[in-house]
Design a protein around this ligand. Structure first.
Ligand SMILES: C[S@@+](CC[C@H](N)C(=O)[O-])C[C@H]1O[C@@H](n2cnc3c(N)ncnc32)[C@H](O)[C@@H]1O
Length: 431
């Protein structure tokens, strides 16, 4: 039976995310720190599941309630979301889940609501005769604006995308080629009773059969491996042969910066740029991996404040985006992101690209990357940019992963067990 304190903490996490708009990662870390470690796994499973299925269960709760909850009782919404998720998706017997939810009411100082919670959950069980499967309703886990976008752009891939977004992401590692090989690392895992498998899309990626806390990953602190999704590990392939000056323009926390350095025996003249206050993680990742880059704090849309007027041969622009390709890793994206964000993000993406273009040497290139699966942030940006300029050549590196689009390549989530990413390569005309 899920202990009442687990239900109460999971409900508080859900409430923090929905009503205080705190990120799920942050709310989880804060709330778990108050529970014994033995309860972390189950609390996380319940709260993350409830957030994944938020849009679906909220509709049900609103139908079951005779009148809306008072604003002081929003915690009960979190509790009901967590309980319905458990009834449909977790193994504990239904009576135990209901009784634990009722007990959690007391722990949450809502003793008066025990009757209400009990009644709602019993009514749900009576109406649905729950069979531990809400599989047919997976589409309802998406906010309608996002579902409409996905339906419009990816009608033939919709089921795959929804499935991926509702799934649990694998823990994928990038092996630091300068310190280890994938085969040696996999052998080491086997020796210590852990397992992993090679990625089908990146030759330095492997997936652990079971996720581990970062500090428990063998060789992590020694800089042998980093945590990075396999689709994010395609950057060096799209960038091609690197020489001269390289800029990683939106670099923090440094995943792509470090990967580029690892792929080039660490001898690149690479500048890692990110906004003021965002560069610390780049520094610590470089240190852990034994790599070197020039770190600059500045705004990529205002090169006049940090650029030394020396052209770059290659710029990686991993632009801030809706992150709709990584929903399975951050299920709260579907709650916190709004349709109107897409317009503002697209404006910023085009501005970043336009500001950085004059810094590219003739014959040099920009690799434009997002972890979005929305074309307004991807092909549409490149299209607008190419229309404005007369010195851009769109390049199509011979990479087969994902779908070819008009200007680049789109990886939808789950291809190669990886996240959704978009890549486009733009070369600056020599003349
Ligand atoms: C998708 S993340 C980058 C992830 C990183 N490339 C990696 O692989 O680890 C986008 C980054 O863009 C940065 N950013 C947003 N606007 C920026 C700007 N105007 N100038 C520089 N960096 C910016 C954010 O701070 C954030 O770190």
């Amino acid at each position: 039976m899920p202990a009442p304190n687990i239900c109460a903490t999971a409900s508080s996490i859900v409430c923090d995310v929905i009503h205080k708009r705190i990120s799920l990662d942050k709310a989880t870390v804060i709330r778990l720190s108050k529970l014994p470690q033995s309860n972390w796994g189950e609390t996380r499973e319940i709260s993350w599941g409830a957030i994944r299925w938020y849009h679906y269960y909220l509709q049900i709760i609103n139908k079951l309630l005779q009148k809306p909850l008072h604003k002081n009782d929003l915690m009960l919404e979190g509790l009901l979301l967590c309980s319905l998720y458990q009834l449909d998706h977790m193994r504990a017997p239904n009576y135990a889940i209901v009784s634990s939810a009722v007990e959690a009411c007391r722990l949450l100082d809502r003793a008066k609501a025990c009757g209400l919670v009990n009644a709602i959950l019993r009514q749900y069980l009576k109406q649905t005769n729950t069979n531990k499967s809400a599989k047919n309703d997976e589409y309802k886990t998406m906010p309608s604006w996002l579902l409409n976008i996905l339906r419009t752009h990816w009608p033939h891939h919709l089921e795959q995308i929804i499935d991926a977004c509702n799934g649990r992401p694998p823990m994928t590692l990038r092996v630091n080629r300068q310190r280890c090989t994938v085969n040696a690392y996999l052998e080491h895992l086997e020796k210590i009773g852990l397992h992993g498998s090679k990625s089908t899309i990146s030759d330095v990626a492997l997936t652990l059969s079971k996720p581990l806390p970062v500090n428990a990953i063998p060789g992590f602190n020694e800089g042998q491996v980093s945590v990075q999704d396999a689709a994010a590990q395609l950057t060096p392939l799209f960038a091609g042969k690197l020489e001269g000056r390289i800029l990683d323009a939106c670099a923090s926390p440094g995943g792509k910066t470090c990967h580029l350095l690892e792929s080039s025996d660490g001898k690149l003249d690479l500048t890692a740029l990110d906004l003021h206050g965002h560069t610390e993680l780049i520094e610590s990742n470089l240190q852990r991996l034994g790599l070197e880059a020039k770190i600059v704090a500045g705004d990529a849309t205002k090169p006049e404040s940090w650029w030394d007027n020396q052209y770059f041969n290659c710029i990686i622009l991993d632009a801030p985006c809706s992150a709709t390709g990584v929903i399975r890793r951050h299920p709260d994206i579907r709650i916190h992101r709004r349709n109107s964000d897409i317009y503002h993000l697209a404006k910023r993406q085009l501005e970043l690209l336009t500001s950085l273009w004059p810094l590219v040497a003739k014959g040099g290139r920009i690799v434009y990357v997002t972890c979005s699966i929305i074309p307004e942030e991807n092909d549409h940006i490149i299209e607008q940019f190419v229309d404005q300029k007369n010195d851009v050549i769109v390049k199509y590196p011979p990479i087969k992963t994902g779908l070819k689009t008009k200007f680049g390549r789109q990886l939808l989530p789950q291809v190669g067990d990886a996240d959704g990413f978009y890549y486009a390569v733009l070369e600056r005309n020599q003349s």
